[in-house]
Design a protein around this ligand. Structure first.
Ligand code: ZN
Length: 138
């Protein structure tokens, strides 16, 4: 069995952002040389998500509005977690959007359903954040 690991770094210029990382994960897959197996992608931080959905800007605006309704960023004082930090909303948003994705690799390709794309979801950005890509197979 072969194994491959890479860490990606993101530093968004806004507090929240959705970034399509499908091409980057594809580059990792090519680099790994693995043809059959699994790829795991997860942020190494508890205020960011990796998730699969449609690359459609209306939907991304809907996600933003939905998450702000459930866990508004402000007022910061509404959260017990906020004292030294102001990112309670980001922890909650990340938990709603999920931690990681696992995608099957078949014939050297990400074995997606129609319209599936991989996104990095940032909820407390403007600093370096890492994402782990782990691929196993042969
Ligand atoms: Zn925190």
């Amino acid at each position: 069995m072969k194994s491959y690991k890479k860490e990606l770094t993101f530093n968004t210029n806004t507090r929240r952002a959705f970034i399509n990382i499908t091409n980057t994960v594809n580059d990792c897959l090519s680099e790994s040389g693995i043809k059959e197996g699994l790829v795991l992608v997860n942020p190494m931080h508890i205020t960011a998500s990796v998730f699969i959905n449609d690359d459609e800007s209306g939907l991304h605006n809907d996600f933003e509005k939905f998450l702000e309704r459930l866990a508004p960023e402000k007022p910061y004082g509404q959260y017990a977690h906020n004292g030294f930090e102001d990112n309670a909303d980001a922890h909650i948003k990340r938990t709603i959007m999920g931690r990681e994705v696992v995608v099957a690799i078949t014939d050297g390709k990400l074995d997606f359903g129609p319209w599936e794309q991989i996104f990095y979801g940032e909820f407390d950005g403007m600093r370096n954040k890492r994402v782990l890509v782990k691929i196993i197979g042969e």
